[in-house]
Design a protein around this ligand. Structure first.
Ligand code: TRP
Length: 367
């Protein structure tokens, strides 16, 4: 099935090469060491960008910059969400100021989920896990789209920006960027543009500055329009938005990972027994039907979900290469590969359980 990728829906086969061309985003040339040390950049899990040099320059020159991103609070926090959390923490350690939007208005407008439900999921699932994974309260603003700030000056500035942006985009541009559009979706688009641009207002960071928005590639239409609107709105001279795009972690069956399908993901709150069961039962295997055949012909790591997932979690490049080679040659069996993944996930997640208990006690330092 030919895939389709929009901010409202991702379906079918995803062809990243084609998306790079269609969306007009750039691939990375050589990155500084600190990025190469990060698994997600090194393994090209973060595979494309817009205007990223501006961020690299800010880091090099030790100038302030912002990392701004958002979360759609639906369902359980799973390993697909985790790679964005890892990026937040990475940028925080690099010295960025963080802005994190809980897209509760978008969840209402685009998915019909009420605000209370969004708040509950955002806090219990997302923010608690961000903290457990290492997000620090310093230089970090987490806010709800439905309630930007208790400070009237700041809140006014945010919602003023969203409203003024509406005058700087046409209906045809909306249609061209999104395909499908409705009043609710237009609102979500303008609100997300305000999310991405408002750190540059005087009420927030004081003056225009570089902002990097790490997202999945499905979000690029929002970035494109946000960049266009910023050029036309003259209330301040916005620095053009920078962005990076990460791949989607494949679902257990090799298709899409979806928070509404328990058998497609492993959640960070899944216990050891559940992890083991899910991987053994649902992880799509690139192995052969019988051990004899597998020994003779070898497996296919490129379609094997256990292998794919390990490339997100096993830090050691040599180990990953060896797993790949051994699987291809037939030396490593499918069951053995699954056992490796189960062990890795159990180790990482077991530790998080305790950290989440602590995180819950510290929530008020974040929201
Ligand atoms: N639309 C994003 C999603 O579907 C959530 C989001 C809201 C966002 N505001 C943002 C992402 C600003 C990046 C920047 O997940």
């Amino acid at each position: 099935m030919a895939g389709s990728v929009t901010p409202w829906e991702v379906k079918g086969e995803i062809n990243y090469e084609k998306l790079i061309k269609d969306f007009g985003v750039e691939t990375f040339s050589k990155l500084p060491k600190i990025f190469e040390e990060n698994l997600l950049f090194r393994r090209k899990k973060i595979f494309a960008h817009r205007d990223f040099k501006r961020i690299l320059d800010s880091i090099k020159e030790k100038k302030p910059f912002v990392m701004m991103t958002g979360l759609m609070p639906t369902g359980k926090f799973h390993i697909g969400h985790m790679i964005l959390a890892q990026q937040m923490i990475f940028y925080q350690e690099l010295g960025a100021k963080l802005y994190i939007a809980v897209a509760d208005i978008e969840a209402y407008n685009a998915r019909g989920q009420n605000l209370e439900e969004s708040r509950r999921i955002a806090v219990d699932q997302y923010i608690t896990n961000y903290i457990a994974l290492g997000l620090k309260p310093k230089n970090c603003e987490i806010y709800f789209q439905s309630e930007r700030s208790k400070d009237a000056k700041r809140a006014n500035a945010f919602y003023r920006l969203q409203n003024l942006l509406a005058n700087h985009i046409t209906f045809n541009e909306f249609r061209a960027a999104y395909g499908e559009i409705s009043p609710a979706k237009m609102n979500a688009s303008l609100l997300q543009a305000a999310d991405m641009l408002h750190p540059q207002l005087k009420e927030f960071e004081g003056a225009p500055l570089p902002v990097v928005v790490p997202v999945g590639i499905d979000q690029d239409p929002h970035i494109r329009l946000g960049r266009d609107m910023a050029k036309r709105l003259k209330i301040t001279r916005f620095v053009p938005l920078s962005s990076t795009y990460h791949v989607f972690v494949p679902g257990l069956d090799g298709g899409k990972m979806s928070s509404s399908d328990e058998t497609s993901f492993v959640a960070l709150t899944d216990d050891a027994k559940t992890i083991k069961k899910k991987v053994n039962k649902y992880a799509f295997s690139g192995g052969k039907a019988t051990v004899e055949e597998h020994r003779k012909l070898g497996g296919d790591p490129d379609v094997d979900v256990s292998y794919q997932w390990l490339t997100f979690f096993e830090e050691d490049d040599k180990k990953i290469m060896k797993i790949r080679d051994d699987y291809k040659s037939g030396k490593l069996l499918s069951g053995e590969l699954k056992a490796m993944l189960i062990e890795k996930l159990t180790n990482i997640f077991g530790d998080l359980q305790k950290k989440r208990v602590l995180a819950k006690k510290n929530l008020d330092k974040y929201v």
